[in-house]
Write a protein that binds this ligand. Sequence first.
Ligand code: NAD
Length: 299
Amino acid sequence: MAAIANIGFIGLGAMGSAMARNLLTTRYRVTGYDLSAAAQDRLAAAGGTAAASPRAAAEAADLVITMLPDAPDVDAALTGEGGILSLPSQGRLLMNCSTIDPAEARRFAAKAADAGWSYLDCAVGRTATQAAEGKCLFLLGGETGDKLAVGPVLKAMGDSVIDCGAVGQASAMKIVNNYLALVGCLATAEALMLARAASVKDVAALDVINGTSARNGNSMQNFPNKVLKGDVSPGFSLDLGRKDLAIAVAAMKREGLSSFLGEQALKAFDSAREEGHGGNDCTDLLNVLSKLSERRQGD
Ligand code: NAD
């Protein structure tokens, strides 16, 4: 495959917009598509070109990246009206970065192959803040030649690439990782609630937690940078977190594994959505727990 120069980018939200911006500031031409006009405008302001459909965004692309909420959205971009796979492949590559069920990744790879396209399973680790800094971590599954071809593109958006094996295995490992991170998010929120109940200040509680083996990415980065600063705008939304937990818990059930923590965490994420917090950052679980506790104490 010739060196990649033109990239089609479908899904320009918290992650996609940051990743596309880093491609533009490196040396790539990016033509993008998003259902949201504001997202399209952001791409144009960053020097990219907004297209009228996924197919139009992919028309001149050597590589098409999808960074969409969930598998049905990827399906729509691939096979819906104005879908990418209606284009002749001409040896081009499709790389899905959205977090989806691994079975869906394998299904999309098969659909892509039927249409003559190569498919890379490329999940993304870390948060929107790190994506903006060009410090994504990529998990790759697919053919070796395709993995090599996207190396420079990944370098423009991130600083770590981990080869997870075949298509489906990167998505599987992303779900494993988010299971741990999201259960950890709930555990961190509950721990801070318990410290508050003892009238210990958040800053002291975090100093203790982060000074011991209790620390985790939520206690070290996400909580201090988001909810504890009063910012619950979605770096990673509770709705998306719930999607990943549900995929993990379903996989654990399918495999006959116990999932005590996952099932409880799923209930907490469901409560957050019922309370109208689904669009907020995952760390907003702290405010949800606070609200639920006050209600319980008032009963
Ligand atoms: P987001 O909700 O901020 O952005 C999604 C974008 O996709 C939105 O702009 C939306 O308008 C657009 N969209 C939805 N359906 C579409 C369609 N059919 N066609 C075109 N555009 C469509 O989500 P995000 O946080 O950027 O996450 C994107 C994916 O990356 C998700 O699968 C998420 O789980 C995963 N992810 C997120 C993070 C994070 O920290 N936010 C980190 C790693 C991976």
